[in-house]
Design a protein around this ligand. Structure first.
Ligand code: C5P
Length: 303
C-alpha cells in the first residue's frame, strides 16, 4: 500500500532523491580498507519522502511500496534513527535539548539497490530535523555526522549534480550540469556492497577523465558520460545475473546510454525526453512486471 505523505500532517517534509552514479571509478584503497572513488553523481526527481513533527515520544512510521521490505531488513529505517540520534547528541553538546519527534518515511525506492535510498533518507533526516529543532549547528558538524552515517550521506545532503572524491567526502558542485530524462530499473535482488568491492579485479583504475573544458550542453555531456565507467559493474554482474538482462532490456528501449549505479543492482538508461523515458518504463514494466521500473528526470545544476 502506498500512503502519500500529507504535508499538512507534518511541520516539515523533505525529499530524499535517488542518487545516481553516472560514473564510478575505483582509484585506490585507504589503509582502513575503504576504497577511493571518483564519482560523477546526479539526483533524480523521484525518491523517498520524509515528514517531521514534534511529538510526545520518539516514533518512526513507514509507508510506500518498499516499506514492508524495510520493516523486515530495518536497514534504511535504522539509518534515519541513527541520523536523529547523532544530530540530537550534537545539539546536546551545543547546550540544546532536542524534543522527541515523530518521523514518517515514505519508502518509494528499492532497498540496497545502489541509488542511495538509505543514505538519502539519513541526509533528509539531518536536513529536516535541523529545521524542526531550529538548530544552529555549523554545516561542518552536520557534514561530519553525515560521513559517520555512510560514505554516500554527505553527497545526499547536497543532492545536486556533483563530482565526489575520496570515499565521498570531497565534493565539487557542477553548477551548469544539465537535467536528463531517465529510466531506473531494478530486478529486486539485493546486492551486498562489501561483496562487490571484494570481487573487484583492480583497485587502482584510471580516475574520472572529464574533458578539460566542461561540456556545455546535454549532447556533449551524454558523449562524455558514455566514455566513463562504473568499475563496480563487472563484479556486481558476477554476483547478480539479472543485471546483464536488465541492462540489455533498458538498452533495447532506445536508451542513449545504460549503466549500473553504485554497487547495483539498479541500472539507468538516459533518454532525450521524459516522454520517451515514460514510454520505455511502461514497455519495460509490461515485459517484466515483477521488476521495478521508474521514469524520472534528474535535477539540474544550479549557479
Ligand atoms: O559507507 P557504506 O555503509 O555505504 O559502505 C558499505 C560497505 O561498502 C563498507 O563497509 C565497505 O566494505 C564498502 N565500501 C568500500 N569503499 C567505499 C564505500 C564502501 O569499501 N568507498
Amino acid at each position: 500500500m502506498t500512503v502519500i505523505l500529507a504535508a499538512g500532517d507534518f511541520d516539515f517534509t523533505e525529499e530524499a532523491p535517488a542518487k545516481i552514479n553516472l560514473a564510478l571509478h575505483v582509484t585506490g584503497r585507504r589503509a582502513d580498507g575503504y576504497h577511493l572513488l571518483d564519482m560523477l553523481v546526479t539526483f533524480a526527481r523521484h525518491g523517498d519522502r520524509l515528514g517531521f513533527r514534534v511529538s510526545e515520544y520518539d516514533e518512526l512510521s513507514l509507508s510506500g511500496s518498499f516499506s514492508p521490505l524495510l520493516a523486515e531488513a530495518d536497514a534504511g529505517g535504522n539509518l534515519v534513527l541513527k541520523a536523529r540520534d547523532l544530530l540530537r547528541q550534537a545539539a546536546h553538546a551545543a547546550g540544546f535539548e532536542a524534543p522527541p519527534v515523530h518521523i514518517h518515511l515514505e519508502k518509494n525506492l528499492p532497498i540496497a539497490s545502489g541509488i542511495g535510498g538509505g543514505s538519502a533518507d539519513a541526509a533528509a533526516t539531518l536536513r529536516g530535523l535541523t529545521q524542526l529543532w531550529a538548530l544552529t549547528v555549523p554545516s561542518d558538524t552536520v557534514m561530519t555526522i553525515a560521513l559517520k552515517l555512510g560514505a554516500d550521506v554527505p553527497m545526499c545532503l547536497v543532492s545536486r549534480p556533483l563530482i565526489a572524491r575520496g570515499i565521498g567526502e570531497t565534493i565539487e558542485l557542477l553548477p551548469d550540469f544539465p537535467s536528463f530524462a531517465m529510466v531506473l530499473g531494478n530486478p529486486l535482488v539485493g546486492v551486498s556492497t562489501p561483496e562487490v568491492f571484494r570481487l573487484l579485479a583492480r583497485k587502482d583504475n584510471p580516475p574520472l577523465a572529464l574533458p578539460s573544458q566542461a561540456p556545455n550542453d546535454h549532447a556533449q555531456w551524454i558523449g562524455a558520460i558514455k566514455r566513463l565507467r562504473n568499475d563496480l559493474e563487472p563484479p556486481a554482474r558476477m554476483l547478480c545475473n539479472e543485471i546483464a538482462t536488465l541492462s540489455q532490456l533498458i538498452e533495447s528501449q532506445g536508451a542513449l546510454t545504460t549503466r549500473m549505479s553504485g554497487s547495483g543492482a539498479t541500472c539507468f538508461g538516459l533518454f532525450d525526453h521524459l516522454e520517451q523515458a515514460t514510454a520505455a518504463a511502461a514497455s519495460l514494466h509490461s515485459i517484466r512486471p515483477d521488476w521495478y521500473f521508474q521514469a524520472t528526470e534528474t535535477i539540474k545544476g544550479e549557479t
